[in-house]
Design a protein around this ligand. Structure first.
Ligand code: ATP
Ligand code: MG
Length: 394
């Protein structure tokens, strides 16, 4: 009995002429994601992706990995047999034996994408249901509220039998909606914003501003760990670690304290824009959330965004903190985010930050600095670190 995984596609099915390229992206993402787990045959027919193990490849590990790949809305472990009603009954008896023995009630649901099959879906469900009821006399047929639904699908190449579907990660295949630079601090918010934008099909390039020795080597390790946790969803990434100490010191020694954070954030945007342009990225993503801190008022964000022409995407802008925390727990970044290492923003936080700055005021406050030279120096010093799902995240 061959074990197979069926992945049902979400929104990409709706994409008309683009469908092929979306499917191709998703197939590539799946192949890359599974490559280190073993050998699999991955193919797409009629908007369903089939994943078959070869040479004893680990199907449990593949199933877990597939649950985190964007573009898949539902997935099922299934078994295949020839398109014959008695072969289907025999397979269902064997493949779902444990589930049938455990459940008090069941029904059979059939679908035919191969319309040449000689029975209608209803006839097939009735036939398989009758045979199963006889084989498992303690499990009653209940078509309204069954404990177990036995699914039979008659498709192009074979018939498939499976139990319940599991929800996939949804969204669109990473890479199908372009590239964006994502500002990744060590906090709770920015890993969630990175996840959300990747779920919309964007390939993220994480950028971290690092202020050694004000923030420690451990703070950098924490960000790399967060990035490597995100690779399960986003695919392999290269994190750009930007040396930020000199810029922060220049701000601290030369600019009015009430504007420290805002000037710093304008530098982050300028550097992010440079990295974006060097990598074909078309937007900057942040974990900002309206009203959460002084630099996240509408006025403060206006002054921050004024220095870039790229759109600044803020997937968390309207969420409650509780919702963000719930998302962080669900995607598995929360425990790492709450490790107690300083972020560069907290090191130079002014006592009384301006919450409603005018853009002109912030620009005037930073005018004493050689902005261009500082940005060039930071960009020249970038360290690039590859993070990959193939390695054990440390
Ligand atoms: P987070 O939990 O993501 O740190 P936050 O609520 O603490 O967010 P801020 O510290 O004000 O908010 O930062 C706002 C956003 O700016 C972050 O979500 C992140 O996108 C970006 N950011 C802040 N600090 C850094 C940093 N050191 N490196 C890269 N990006 C940063
Ligand atoms: Mg932060």
């Amino acid at each position: 009995m061959n074990d197979i995984i069926l992945c049902k596609l979400g929104e990409i099915v709706l994409k008309g002429l683009n469908r092929r390229s979306f499917e191709q992206k998703l197939l590539n993402n799946i192949r890359k994601r599974l490559a280190h787990l073993g050998s699999y045959r991955v193919y797409c027919i009629q908007s369903t992706i089939y994943v078959e193990g070869e040479n004893g490849a680990d199907m449990d590990a593949a199933f877990e990995a597939l649950k985190k790949i964007f573009g898949i809305i539902k997935l099922e472990r299934a078994a295949a047999c020839e398109k014959d009603k008695d072969a289907i009954v025999a397979l269902a008896k064997e493949y779902l034996k444990k589930d049938m023995l455990r459940a008090k009630s069941f029904k059979v649901e059939s679908k035919r994408s191969d319309k040449s099959f000689p029975m209608t879906s209803i006839e097939l469900s009735q036939y398989v249901g009758g045979e199963l009821a006889e084989a498992f006399p303690d499990t009653k047929v209940d078509v309204h509220d069954p404990e177990l639904t036995v699914n039979v699908e008659i498709r192009d190449l074979a018939a498939y039998v499976h139990g319940p579907s599991v929800n996939g990660a949804g969204g669109m295949p990473v890479g199908s909606n372009g590239i964006a630079v994502t500002l990744l601090s060590g906090g709770i918010d920015s890993p969630v914003s990175t996840y959300m934008i990747a779920r919309r099909g964007v390939r993220p390039i994480p950028v971290h501003f690092f202020s050694f020795p004000y923030t420690s080597e451990l703070a950098k390790e924490k960000v790399l760990k967060l990035a490597s946790l995100l690779t399960e969803y986003c695919g392999n990434m290269t994190v750009e670690i930007v040396p930020f100490t000199h810029i922060q010191e220049e701000i601290k020694f030369n600019c009015p304290e009430e504007f420290f954070t805002l000037i710093m954030r304008r530098f982050m945007m300028r550097i992010a824009e440079r990295i974006a342009k060097d990598n074909g990225a078309k937007a900057i993503v942040t974990g900002e959330n309206l009203g959460q801190v002084a630099s996240q008022t509408m006025e403060a964000m206006t002054s921050t965004q004024a220095v870039t022409d790229l759109p600044v995407l803020q997937p968390l802008i309207g969420m409650d903190k509780e919702d963000i925390i719930r998302s962080a727990r669900r995607i598995g970044t929360f425990e790492t985010s709450i490790l107690p290492y300083e972020d560069c923003c907290t090191v130079f936080t002014p006592k009384h930050p301006r919450t409603k700055p005018k853009v002109g005021e912030v620009a005037a406050a930073e005018a004493v600095l050689d902005i261009e030279a500082l940005v060039n120096e930071a960009v020249a010093g970038i360290e690039r670190v590859k993070v990959s799902f193939a390695e054990d995240a440390t």
